[in-house]
Design a protein around this ligand. Structure first.
Ligand code: MN
Length: 415
């Protein structure tokens, strides 16, 4: 299937992707999709009646400044919108191609567009679902012989995070200040964190809602997943170490977290499904899934010093996840917690089995003991002021590439 829109080679956004985002052009803010380097405003397509043939009661969903109303649709309705878009932009369809007025009202070069946070995130959970990451942290901070805590293989460990400080790619974040205790024999001190880190994660956005008291089975969970984003869960390790006992991370994680702007649907990622790791012991029935529930998404993290070039410091893959998204959502709701459209569920740091696939600087530089060498002959054990972090992710197979674009943030000096 090819498009009448020009798509550069190796683009993350072929006609088979059709992601959803929120785009801003001048004063106009609209739900949008992207093909190649062209951003398409869905409100303009709705203006000209291109969605009238869809069985939608209310076309106001195409005029909202967030995608929550689209996320509230049924899976079939969302599939219908994507299919309508792929028909409109395919070579075989003249409907929009020949309508020059609608075409120029809807299509913009991505360089002329600002991307906004795609959904209003009501609730945010961060999981801890990579066995390699959990093992590395256990080895570093606890006991190498018992790296995983006893609960880890029984349930997808997670915590409720802060949604107000989740920002879209391109937003810079100030280094946090807080309490730390660098010397265990001395009282704590206050000041800017000296151990700002990234966490390479992916997240999924929920669709639909459930009632308080109801739960979603792992088997049906994918019907409640709108799509996926890249996610950088910025973390201040020194603040975290002092504050996290006994209730878990707090200010060390809430000073800013970054999402990529395009929500890539599970339908687009369908060709890249893979089996997950074998789970032992067998999981409880409410967590049991069948079929391929993991996804082969190549992930890269780059660190770019202020006046330097990009350094590839991590290459990992979403397929390594021990707990899959269906299990995470089943676990989130099994006690009766309700969900809403636009909630964000992050995977936890995605580390792979090899040293260069570790998904945080804590692991890459192994608690500061193995500094990361950069191309400009400087070293890093954690992130310095004015360093930029870039996460990229894409799935690729048999000539088809479905990508996520970028998740970028610069760490500014403390305020
Ligand atoms: Mn995290």
């Amino acid at each position: 299937m090819t498009s009448w829109i020009k798509i550069p080679e190796n683009s993350d956004f072929p006609l088979q992707n059709i992601p959803f985002g929120i785009a801003k052009s001048g004063e106009t803010i609209s739900p949008a999709t992207r093909i190649g380097n062209t951003v398409i405003m869905l409100s303009a397509l709705a203006d000209y009646g291109f969605f009238d043939i869809l069985d939608l009661d209310d076309l106001s969903i195409f005029y909202q400044p967030v995608l929550n109303d689209i996320a509230a649709l049924s899976r079939q309705q969302r599939v219908n919108i994507r299919e309508r878009l792929s028909v409109l932009f395919s070579d075989t369809c003249d409907e929009l191609k020949q309508h020059t007025e609608a075409h120029s009202a809807a299509c913009f070069n991505s360089n002329d567009i600002e991307m906004l946070l795609p959904v209003h995130i009501g609730d945010y959970t961060d999981f801890y679902s990579s066995i390699e990451h959990a093992t590395n942290v256990g080895v570093m901070f606890r006991d190498p012989d018992n790296a995983l805590l006893p609960n880890w293989r029984y349930l997808p460990v997670g915590y409720h995070g802060r949604s107000s400080s989740i920002v879209v790619s391109g937003t810079d974040i100030h280094r946090p200040k807080g309490q730390t205790r660098p010397d265990d024999n001395l009282p704590p001190v206050f000041g800017p964190s000296k151990q700002v880190d990234f966490e390479l994660e992916m997240g999924f956005i929920t669709s639909g809602s459930t009632k308080l008291g109801d739960s979603i089975t792992a088997k049906d969970a994918e019907d409640h997943i709108f799509g996926m984003v890249l996610f950088n869960d910025l973390s201040a390790r020194d603040i975290q170490r002092w504050e996290y006992v006994p209730l878990g991370p707090f200010l060390s994680k809430s000073f800013g977290s970054v999402v990529s702007p395009w929500i890539v649907t599970l339908e687009a990622l369908e060709p890249f499904r893979v089996e997950g790791p074998k789970q032992e012991p067998a999981v409880f029935p409410y967590l049991q899934t069948s079929g391929k529930r993991n996804i082969d998404v190549s992930l890269e993290v780059y660190l770019q010093p202020q006046h330097g070039e990009e350094n590839l410091i991590c290459r990992s893959n979403f397929r390594h996840m021990y707990w899959n998204m269906s299990q995470q959502l089943a676990h989130q709701t099994v006690a009766g917690c309700n969900i809403n459209p636009g909630d964000l569920y992050a995977s936890g740091t995605i580390s792979g089995p090899t040293h260069n696939s570790f998904g945080s600087m804590l692991e890459l530089a192994w608690k500061g003991t193995r500094p990361i060498q950069l191309l400009d002959d400087t070293q890093r054990t954690f992130v310095l002021d004015n360093d930029t972090l870039i996460i990229r992710g894409f799935a690729q197979k048999n000539g088809l590439r479905i990508g996520f674009g970028e998740c970028v943030t610069k760490i500014l000096p403390a305020k």
